[in-house]
Design a protein. Structure first.
Length: 275
């Protein structure tokens, strides 16, 4: 049983960590860059100075401030490293900084679209999309040229869609015919159109070959594709219509992992139809 004293100590520790995180987020880029570098492991002053392109006196001043907050310590070999608390704080600060950067970078995109289709645990990880770019799309140029080019370099494709573009089945069948594994989650209406377009026998055969899996799920309010090479994320507007004019695209590994986790979250709720 946890005593009241232990409970208060735990709260004080959490509050202390939180206050230090807030302080670091609000502090100079230099100190954030130092703790980010030290997450890799301890470093000599010369490496810190050279990588950050700063003078020794500037680096030492920042390191002394971090030492006073028990975030950084200097080892016997004179190298600098993070304390056990410093490691926790560094990870929290970097995550918070990445989140703020991701939201600020594409603020209009996040504000003007329905985010309820993204589960809460993945919204908290939105910083993993920091290295994404917003692609403005001409709705008359479907299928998107960039999308086809990226798919052509992919060896595993996973996608979710509540909307149907008549040219897209051909894009995916080309991938299937060259031996690429494809896994899709579609609404029943979209699946019906796909079946009419490429034929149920084709889908069944590709499923039997182990190249295709299709699931159905209703009330999908998001459309995205994640492969081994890219993530393309599309959202519905606040008025309930799908926005075909912009996608958030990334080829960063953290974004790909985020997209895979989002796909797996939806797959856990879907019903298998083929494969």
């Amino acid at each position: 049983m946890i005593s009241m004293t232990e409970s208060k100590k735990g709260v004080r520790f959490e509050n202390d960590i939180a206050s230090r995180c807030v302080k670091l987020v609000a502090c100079s880029d230099l100190r954030r860059n130092i703790i980010s570098m030290l997450l890799e492991g301890k470093k000599p002053l010369s490496e810190i100075r050279e990588r950050l392109e700063i003078r020794s006196s500037t680096a030492i001043h920042a390191l002394r401030e971090l030492e006073r907050d028990n975030i950084v310590l200097q080892h016997e070999d004179r190298d600098y490293g993070l304390t056990s608390i410093g490691k926790i704080i560094a990870k929290k600060v970097i995550d918070l900084t990445n989140t703020a950067e991701a939201l600020k970078k594409h603020e209009e995109f996040w504000l003007n679209h329905d985010l309820t289709a993204i589960p809460e645990e993945l919204l908290y990880r939105i910083g993993e999309l920091k290295d994404s770019h917003l692609l403005k799309i001409d709705p008359l140029s479907l299928p998107h040229k960039y999308f086809i080019e990226l798919l052509a370099r992919s060896t595993c494709i996973k996608g979710i869609s509540p909307i149907f573009f008549e040219d897209y089945p051909k894009v995916f069948t080309k991938s299937l015919d060259r031996g690429v594994f494809v896994e899709l989650i579609l609404t029943k209406d979209v699946l019906k159109k796909v079946e009419e377009d490429v034929g149920e026998d084709y889908l069944r055969n590709k499923g039997n070959e182990g190249l295709l899996k299709i699931y159905t799920l209703e009330d999908i309010k998001i459309a995205f594709t994640v492969t081994d090479t890219f993530l393309s994320l599309g959202l519905f507007k606040l008025d309930g219509t799908y926005d075909i004019t912009m996608d958030l695209v990334s080829q960063d590994n953290k974004a790909l992992n985020w997209g895979l986790d989002l796909f797996n979250w939806y797959r856990s709720k879907a019903k298998k139809k083929y494969g």
